[in-house]
Design a binder for this molecule. Structure first.
Ligand code: PHE
Length: 341
């Protein structure tokens, strides 16, 4: 019996891994295991011998089990440690050169530009505001001083959402400009306000080299006391000069939008005329002093507050900045185009 125990303990000691250990357990304690077989012999013994031999076998079994448990937990720790060493992945190592980096994605030029725009205006104290792309006629038109049957509704051909009229706010539509967010932000925050609203807008019109039915605008709105158009000119010159990394001159021309009064268009001086030729100006955006009706619709008292608003196409800005001739290239995901940015 003592020999049996010694050889069992030796085997446990020599086990190299948990599989070997498992086999040892089967060899000694399995159905036909060596210790099990000893227990089976008990039934042929006298009562007296049964007791003493039985006790001895149980002791051996206990010793076997406690040696087995000890070895098992020791092996477990060893196996976890060696697995950790084998599978360790050093994320601080420099990258391998054999990886093909030409397949790495980049941020879309339009989004790159939008990030730059947001950064510059943030630096000038503007917050970034947001609103829904599926809008109501109320926010897109009525609240902006464009009642139904106003001819200005035809200037912005509209996508309607089928059967989705809302009694209070009219039909549901895809917003035709980011201006509805003017009203939404006034309602939400009141005066004073200093926001820009970058976002997608939609127009039901044919696509050609300079028009797309989906494009991106940036709305600007500043409301405070004693605000005038000189502030707008200063801010736009600062913004454009930082964006184009050179001094930019702008000019105002009269323009018409029902939600501003006076309304104007802002042009960028693109090329000084040489040798008596005239200067080249690029039409850049619509703007103006916020109409009192619009302030009222947004819950702001037009007697004590005023402000200006502007809206430009960021898609158009991308075309100017990157000298892209055809607007359709911006959205058609052609990698030959996208890889240039
Ligand atoms: N919402 C106008 C458009 O899309 C642009 C604009 C915004 C004009 C703000 C004036 C003031 O054409």
């Amino acid at each position: 019996m003592q020999d049996l125990l010694n050889s069992a303990l030796q085997a446990i000691e020599n086990a190299n891994n948990s599989n070997e250990l498992k086999e040892i357990e089967i060899k000694y304690l399995g159905k036909k295991g060596l210790i099990t077989e000893q227990l089976k012999t008990l039934k042929d013994l006298s009562e007296e011998d049964k007791r003493t031999t039985g006790k001895a076998i149980q002791e051996i079994k206990q010793k076997f089990l406690s040696a087995y448990q000890k070895k098992a937990s020791q092996l477990e720790i060893e196996e976890i440690n060696s697995k950790l060493t084998a599978e360790f992945f050093d994320i601080t190592l420099p990258r391998l050169n054999k990886i093909n980096h030409s397949k790495k994605g980049t941020i879309h030029p339009l989004n790159q530009l939008q990030q730059q725009v947001e950064e510059i205006f943030s630096d000038m104290g503007f917050e970034i505001a947001d609103g829904p792309e599926v809008e109501s006629e109320y926010y897109n038109f009525e609240a902006l001083n464009i009642p139904s049957h106003h001819p200005a509704r035809d200037m912005q051909d509209t996508f309607f959402i089928e059967n989705k009229a809302d009694p209070k706010h009219g039909e549901l539509i895809l917003r035709t400009h980011t201006s509805p967010v003017q009203i939404r932000t006034m309602e939400l925050k009141g005066a004073p306000l200093r926001i820009i609203v970058p976002g997608r807008v939609f127009r039901y019109e044919a696509t050609d080299a300079t028009h797309d039915s989906t494009f991106n605008q940036v709305e600007g709105l500043l409301i405070d006391k004693n605000i005038g158009l000189a502030d707008l000119k200063g801010i736009m010159e600062e913004f454009l000069s930082r964006l184009f990394e050179k001094d930019i001159t702008v000019r105002f021309r009269p323009g018409y939008f029902p939600f501003v009064e006076p309304g104007l268009e802002l042009d960028i001086l693109w090329q000084k005329g040489k040798n008596g030729q005239s200067d080249k100006w690029l039409e850049f955006m619509g703007a103006g002093m916020v109409h009192p009706n619009v302030l009222k619709a947004g819950g702001i008292d037009p007697e004590n507050n005023q402000g200006w608003a502007f809206g430009f196409g960021i898609t158009r800005l991308a075309m100017i900045k990157y000298q892209i001739a055809d607007i359709r290239q911006i959205h058609n995901s052609d990698l030959r185009f996208l890889k240039q940015f």
